[in-house]
Design a binder for this molecule. Structure first.
Ligand code: XMP
Length: 512
């Protein structure tokens, strides 16, 4: 069995996956295991080093989380991060106490040159602190190797063994050299090599899918978006014709989208795509419905019904594949805001009890930009990889109020023009997402010598990394001018264009 160079034991920090992600960026493979994983399992994986993650608990609590203490006897290098540092301190006989003030935010880190964890990084670098407890007294044979204004023991190490600890979080974006610090631990202290890449990830996932699926079949809903296309491609490589890829045309797609998705699938993924035209079903169920959540619910339920009906038509389908990403998982468990409801029908919420499928989610541990890299690795075309996200409920949540064919047609025309202007001016790839919303607000205008009384379109363009937060895109006014005049001149029925200058939070990206 291949060894797992670094094992990350998870003590419940919301940042644990980021540790894995940073290591992957440096080409180092790692696996995240529960904090109390049995020593036998850890040994089987023949790690070269162990990282203890942060976590919300206090080490002096009665119910504090503790790893199998045998990990300390393996003689392997260990790096403790935040809670992990406090655990190491306590285990080796030091003292951890509650801090007078929770330290949360950026700090400047100063360090000793003798510690190789800091190689190739500058003194005074910014690190991210987020802790309520701190080390008050070091264990015997431990020394301080780094400090900040508020943390006298920002980094410590043992003088007897390769045991290190950080009070700060090297894995979060705000720790400016965090990737190098983690790489130094893996490469310089543990002796790992950078051999991992997206190609190896693809191979592992394909192997896992083969083992899990056996001779059964997998239904995979595809939308033409990056995530589902990457999932379908992985599945097709793994199980060939046992993949049943289904594209549901819910009648809420953008102009020409169905033809584009079908062509892309045929040319690039290679699998035989089944298109189900359910547009009449969706549109008739949406008739007269204006409440945004009701619309979403109807669409979500109808999707499930359509998939179920399609699954009945094939023998031997035991699995349903989804393009759930790690950000969907975090959002669904930790965000109490609107995104939770937004995502629930679509991805992480799982399946209704009556559906007997097992889920396959090969992207569950990676992030959107990693999925894009994986897609390129699998040979998907660049324009597909760079496609802006498009929500499952489609244009229905971009038409305020009731959804009907005339409004869908207006919105499609406006959207096509906006995207065309962005692409032809080189801005499509510069914004994270761009779309039009039909506001169902009429206003008075003048065209030629005539009065108009027509619809308003709102242009929404945002910058974001993962859709969890976003700012409206600061685009040149000339570009907005072109979009506005082209839409008003070319789309009969629209006489006003406005630009959305709301960030998320407090707004959401979609209007409904
Ligand atoms: P919000 O509106 O929550 O959107 O700020 C964040 C990102 O998610 C997309 N979105 C969805 N994607 N199913 C999806 O697949 C949905 O139900 C859904 N709702 C929103 C949205 O387009 C944005 O990129």
């Amino acid at each position: 069995m291949k060894n797992v160079p670094i094992i990350v034991l998870d003590f419940g920090s919301q940042y644990t996956q980021l540790i894995a992600r940073k290591l992957r960026e440096s080409g180092i493979y790692c696996e995240i295991l529960p904090y109390n994983e049995k020593i036998e399992t850890i040994k089987e994986k023949q790690p070269q080093g162990i990282i203890l993650s942060g976590g919300p608990a206090s080490v002096y609590d009665k119910n504090a989380y503790h790893p199998d203490n045998a990990i300390f006897e393996l003689g392997l290098p260990i790096l403790g991060i935040c809670y992990g540092m406090q655990l190491l301190t306590q285990h080796f006989g030091g003292v951890v106490i509650p801090a007078d003030h929770h330290e949360y935010g950026k700090a400047q880190l100063h360090f000793e040159d003798t510690c190789h964890l800091f190689d190739d990084t500058p003194d005074g670098q910014t690190v991210w602190m987020s802790h309520g407890d701190l080390v008050d007294m070091l264990p015997e044979n431990f020394i301080r190797v780094g400090y900040s204004d508020n943390s006298p023991y920002a980094a410590i190490k043992s003088t007897e063994a390769e045991i290190y600890a950080f009070q700060f979080h090297p894995e979060v974006y705000h720790s400016e050299f965090g990737t190098i610090l983690l790489k130094n631990f893996a490469k310089k202290i543990c002796g790992c090599e950078s051999t991992w890449n997206m190609g190896s990830f693809a191979k592992e996932q394909i192997q896992k899918i083969k083992e899990k699926v056996g001779d059964k079949k997998v239904l995979c809903g595809v939308s033409g978006g990056v995530d589902s296309s990457v999932v379908a491609t992985l599945l097709h490589e793994a199980i060939g014709d046992q993949l049943v890829p289904v594209f549901v045309d819910q009648g809420l797609l953008r102009a020409n989208e169905r033809a584009q998705v079908e062509a892309m699938f045929k040319n690039r993924v290679g699998a035989e795509l089944i298109t189900v035209d359910a547009s009449e079903e969706f549109i008739s169920k949406l008739a007269g419905v204006t409440d945004p959540e009701k619309k979403r619910k109807i669409i979500g339920e109808t999707f499930i019904e359509v998939f179920d009906k399609e699954a009945q038509r094939h023998d031997g389908i035991s699995f349903l594949a989804q393009g759930t990403l790690y950000t969907d998982v975090i959002e669904s468990v930790s965000v109490k805001g609107p995104s939770k409801t937004i995502k629930s029908h679509h991805n992480v919420g799982g399946l209704p009890d009556w559906m007997q499928f097992e889920l396959i989610e090969p992207l569950r541990e990676i992030f959107k930009d990693e999925v894009r890299k994986l897609g390129l690795e699998l040979g998907l075309p660049k324009d597909m990889i760079g496609r802006h996200p498009f929500p499952g409920p489609g244009l229905a949540i971009r038409i305020m109020g009731e959804v009907n064919q005339p409004d869908l047609s207006l919105l499609r025309k406006a959207d096509t023009i906006m995207i065309d202007v962005l692409k032809s001016n080189g801005y499509y790839d510069k914004v994270w997402q761009a779309f039009c919303v039909l506001l169902n607000v009429k206003s008075v205008g003048v065209m030629g010598d005539n009065r108009t009384y027509d619809n308003t379109v709102c242009v929404r363009m945002v910058e974001s990394v993962d859709g969890m937060t976003a700012t409206f895109a600061h685009l040149p006014h000339d570009l907005l001018d072109t979009i506005s005049s082209r839409i008003i001149n070319e789309v009969d029925g629209i006489n006003r264009v406005v630009y959305d200058i709301t960030s998320k939070p407090p707004g959401t990206i979609e209007w409904e």
